[in-house]
Write a protein that binds this ligand. Sequence first.
Ligand SMILES: [Zn+2]
Length: 272
Amino acid sequence: MSTPTNHLGELLQDLADDRLNGANLARARAHLDDCGRCRRELEALQLIKQTLAPQTGHDELPPASSAALSALLDQEDRGAASSQWSRGTGSRAAWRWALAASVAAIFATTLLLWHNDKTAESDPWTTAVAQHFAAYRGAQLPLAMRSSDPAELEHFFSEHLDFHPRVYDLDMMGYKIQGGEVARLNGRSSALSAYLGPGESRLLCEMFTGRMDELPPAPRTTSHNGTAFRVYRRGALTAVYWAEGEVICVLISDIDSEALLALAFAKAGPAV
Ligand SMILES: [Zn+2]
């Protein structure tokens, strides 16, 4: 029997998700009759699907399942001697067990990526602020204005923005301002101020024009002295948002959530 060279690839995912019909379905079935590799990939996809649905409520496969499995099957095709997949040796039960273990690993990765994509879609604000924070932590954030003086930074922003953000002085809390820049946040201009605190801890503050109801529902909301705060988590990061008139302020850091919230409580509200 000759081995078909054009495997079904993405079509297998459609087949597993019951999206094939007509000629495509007939073609896929004909190929499966001849191709052990695609049969195994389909079996693995069905296994992922069975594992996935009860845990996530998603009844479709994560987008990259087929690609991830193909990579795994390519490895096997290259005949890795240590492959636990080898169908010729060992029982079918053992093969299925090895398959399940491999699939679980792929599944964990794809599900994480998938989840991250959905989170990024549903909260573009925190996604962007978190990216700025990661850049700052990795010393990749170009601070156009280097200054340790909040008033000087405020002046810089007033020259570059059509709104007037406040620049908080967090010196009393141990956070020294490093500088700032005009950043982009989900299509809007943002006044970004960077702080360095105890033990090299870092903190970013961003301000942009907007309304709180543009933000997605928050897992945690709280209020302090009449100001409403929304608290979001992204991995090890906490982002706290509140409104000052037509400006939204967000503090983001990887410091303890409660400590960050305390900083926000101290600074939000009328300037004193
Ligand atoms: Zn095939």
